[in-house]
Design a protein around this ligand. Structure first.
Ligand code: IMP
Ligand code: MG
Length: 181
């Protein structure tokens, strides 16, 4: 497969992501055996990950989507607002938030605060990619993590830079020249 000209190098290949989704799906199926968790994908980045992951989950489950905004360009603004809420009643339900990537953790920290008020039974987080060096909050500790990566800006498999590159089948490091021009 041809590398996108704006991508410096592939960090995680399509095949690796597929195998990781299989592994995580198995873990979730075991952990939620006999329950019906609601996977809540954070739009838009979590879409490809959630689609691949759920194919490997064998327990009963539901899905919903939440759209919150916090990012402009490559830096977090630290302000989160709900642009599109979920439609499912989450009271007494087991919630699994599905994220593409966690950096500062501010987005999920705010989202989880909001969901505590909705009296869910349990709340966990799965993220395909984690950048633990970027963390500025201490209440976001994902139970399921695909990959830990260094503090570099990455794109692909749902991850964007100004809405572009979400369609790449791999996760790659964006060339600095792309966002410094
Ligand atoms: P946080 O609130 O700083 O944890 O940011 C989480 C959100 O920021 C993710 O859902 C992404 O939309 C975005 N984000 C953080 N790091 C990256 C990156 O390296 N590439 C693309 N998006 C990112
Ligand atoms: Mg996102």
């Amino acid at each position: 497969m041809q590398l996108h000209p704006d991508v410096e190098k592939v960090l995680i290949s399509e095949e690796d992501i597929f195998n990781k989704c299989k592994e995580l799906g198995k873990r979730i199926s075991t952990d939620y055996e006999g329950k019906t968790p609601i996977l809540i994908g954070l739009l838009k980045g979590a879409v490809p990950f959630m689609a691949e992951l759920m194919k490997h989950i064998t327990c009963s489950m539901e899905i919903d989507f939440l759209d919150v905004s916090s990012y402009v360009g490559t830096r977090s603004t630290g302000k989160v607002n709900i642009r599109r809420d979920i439609v499912t009643d989450v009271k007494n339900r087991d919630i699994l938030f599905v994220e593409d990537i966690i950096d500062t953790g501010l987005t999920l920290s705010e989202v989880m605060k909001e969901f505590r008020n909705r009296h869910v039974r349990s709340m966990e987080v799965i993220t395909l990619v984690d950048k633990p060096e970027g963390r500025t909050v201490d209440d976001v500790n994902p139970k399921y993590i695909g990959y830990n990566i260094p503090n570099k800006f990455v794109v692909g498999f749902g991850l964007d830079y100004n809405e572009m590159y979400r369609n790449l089948p791999y996760i790659g490091i964006l060339k600095k020249s792309v966002y410094e021009k």
